[in-house]
Write a protein that binds this ligand. Sequence first.
Ligand SMILES: Cc1ncc(COP(=O)(O)O)c(C=O)c1O
Length: 355
Amino acid sequence: MGDRPNPYIPQIGVSVVRPTPPGPPVRIDLSLNESSFGASPRAVQAAQARARTLERYPDPASRALRAAIGRAYDLDPARIACGNGSEELLDVIGRLFARAGDEILFTRYGFAQFPIVAMRVGAAAVTAPERELTADVDALLAAVTARTRVLFLANPNNPTGTWLPRAELIRLRDGLPGSVVLVIDAAYAEFVDDPAFDDGLAVVGERDNVVVTRTFSKAFGLAALRVGWIYGSAAMIALVDRMRGIGNVNALAQAAAVAALDDRGFVADAVARAIESRARLAAGLRQLGLEVPESGTNFVLPRFADAAAAQAHLRADGILVRRVEDYGLPDRLRIGVGTAEEVDAVLASLHRLLG
Ligand SMILES: Cc1ncc(COP(=O)(O)O)c(C=O)c1O
């Protein structure tokens, strides 16, 4: 092979498939930012009911689900498209707008799917520096070139957990040329308890080049079913509808998501418990002398003197957390916000290592 890269192997640093580190059986999995608080029983029942007619295709237009989202968020269903997870919709935006020779822009520690989307379409992945692990609007605007087609901003971001307030989102939107599509990926929006935060839906306004993506995988606890949605102008949604998979949201997923939206009390309770756990986890980690950025998500990102040793120690206790060295953050671990008992287990384990 010599020292030249093999052109048939995509040159990409992050992988969606990560081996589980060896150890005893995993008792507590906090490695994927899933919900530790389950899904609404009404959503489970709705999926079970739809499972009685598996011979029938799903509605390719997700009509009932778009109507339910429209009611829940006060949006026009004609400006919504649903996806097989928000992941599919991020991919669709990449495929619609970028190709070889173009640039896809995101922040230095932006969500790992952004460079994957760029790689898939052959576009260059360009990163803008962050400030204190937080997106920097000036740096993003300075990184825009004539080739920039898409700017992905996860707000709040995975794995940093940090977010930009509404005023900064608007400054970013207004500073971008109309030729750049701004994607506000608000997968964790439910978990932010900052009044200056905006989930981005109002930021879209009448603009054709701004979209927001949301997911049922996190606060709603429906990760297994893969349901996400995108909100944008009617023209943008018409494009997304042509590029997405035809039967992209399976029938069980559509039924469960509609029912989950009807059980707002369940989601509100799950989010409240996650926020309470997050505060206790962050405080406990700080008591152990670790630096922990403020998080608006269902995970935290403490910094360790030796993150590999800390991960191995937790793993030996049956607790799985994620290293983020592939993001360029070798001294941090991403630890999901679990139930009260799971938080206790993490803190007790780390106390034995560091306390
Ligand atoms: C920032 C961000 N966006 C999008 C996703 C994808 O979510 P979905 O399950 O809707 O595909 C994730 C999943 O972890 C995420 O962290």
